[in-house]
Design a protein around this ligand. Structure first.
Ligand SMILES: NC(=O)c1ccc[n+]([C@@H]2O[C@H](COP(=O)([O-])OP(=O)(O)OC[C@H]3O[C@@H](n4cnc5c(N)ncnc54)[C@H](OP(=O)(O)O)[C@@H]3O)[C@@H](O)[C@H]2O)c1
Length: 320
């Protein structure tokens, strides 16, 4: 991976040498040592942090000294991932939040817990949000809101979580990273049937959700770029994870074979690190291994605006 122009501004683990005035008596009134340390660090939220690319990215970013707010699907998997990471990095600054992000009400609940933590830390600003959680399906399945599950998790969850955390992101000129995929190419959004209720094809539904990641990244840049927010889509490449094996049917069958050709998730985790470590937010929308790359011609401002409006309606929210 090429990390040219990287100036490695992710702050290293806090030590007495790196914290200004650390060797002097603590004078700031009402500000405990933990709160002080939290202010000095950059906070990154990552979803889908318990396995695959998200787990390796959490390990990598925690090792670089970031304060990580990691979101997982279940408490059990969060605990497992926490133990796994702390085995190598015992003092990793990670807090875990569990919830089924496929369900809108769960996204709002988890976001509420995260906001509470940010306020408690006294940071009230967010350096980066990595919307990485994703799934595949072999057949048409819906959420409790009645939305197709890949669309709901891969796109709507990130759309809603970003909305909830937007004030924090805008405060610091934060970065939003959407985990897209090369599979977003050769695809159009089925505007008349975005849940693909008629003629469901799981692969096309996945491709569409990854196209939505790109459209959302563009939509965010269009709306908030002038306010200092930077949004990106990332192509992690073909990665050897269990994403296709968490569902039954044809996807499980095909993925068992296909994933053998994928890279280790720690390789793709570097894609997130690159976008976080650049002092100057990189110019470009779609990145792979530290380089901008071409994306689908469907990724236009017109389509991004259309998806924004549709997603706002489906989530019952308004981005200001
Ligand atoms: N693997 C590839 O080749 C590849 C290629 C391009 C793009 N991507 C994208 O990369 C991202 C990460 O995928 P991965 O390959 O690393 O797969 P993975 O190992 O299955 O990771 C997916 C993560 O999302 C979480 N998740 C799944 N359903 C969830 C839900 N309902 N609520 C909250 N969290 C949930 C999973 O938690 P649990 O395991 O606990 O459910 C897991 O932590 C996805 O967005 C995927 O589309 C992957």
């Amino acid at each position: 991976m090429v990390l040219d122009n990287a100036c490695f501004c992710g702050i290293k683990p806090i030590t007495r040498d790196t914290v200004p005035y650390a060797n002097q008596p603590f004078r700031a009134e009402g500000l405990g040592r933990n709160a002080f340390a939290a202010i000095m660090k950059k906070t990154i939220i990552i979803t889908g942090a318990t396995s695959g690319i998200g787990l390796e990215a959490t390990r990598l970013l925690a090792g670089k000294g970031y304060c990580i707010l990691a979101v997982g699907h279940s408490t059990a998997n969060c605990e497992k991932a926490d133990q796994d990471i702390r085995f190598g990095i015992p003092d990793a600054d990670i807090s875990w939040f569990a919830g089924d992000l496929m369900q809108q009400r769960e996204v709002v609940r988890v976001a509420g817990e995260i906001k509470k933590r940010l306020n408690e830390n006294g940071t009230e600003s967010l350096y980066a949000l990595i919307n990485n959680a994703g799934c595949t399906r072999s057949r048409y399945m819906t959420t409790e809101d009645g939305y197709e599950q890949q669309f709901a998790l891969n796109h709507l969850a990130g759309f809603r979580l970003t909305h909830e955390l937007l004030p924090y992101l805008l405060k610091e000129g934060g970065r939003v990273i959407m985990t897209s995929s090369e599979s977003h190419k050769n695809m159009k959004v089925r505007w008349s049937d975005v849940m693909m209720r008629k003629h469901y094809n799981p692969l096309l539904a996945y491709k569409q959700s990854k196209l939505c990641n790109m459209l959302f990244a563009l939509g965010l840049s269009d709306r908030y770029g002038a306010k200092g927010l930077h949004a990106y889509g990332v192509d992690p490449g073909l990665v050897n994870t269990d994403i296709g094996n968490k569902t039954t049917g044809i996807v499980d069958f095909v993925w068992k074979f296909r994933k053998r050709f994928g890279v280790h998730p720690s390789v793709s985790a570097q894609d997130y690190l690159y976008l976080c470590e650049q002092c100057e937010p990189p110019a470009g929308l779609y990145f792979h291994h530290g380089k901008p790359k071409k994306y689908n011609k469907q990724v236009t401002t017109e389509n991004a605006t259309r998806l924004f409006k549709l997603s706002e309606r489906l989530c019952g929210i308004r981005y200001e």
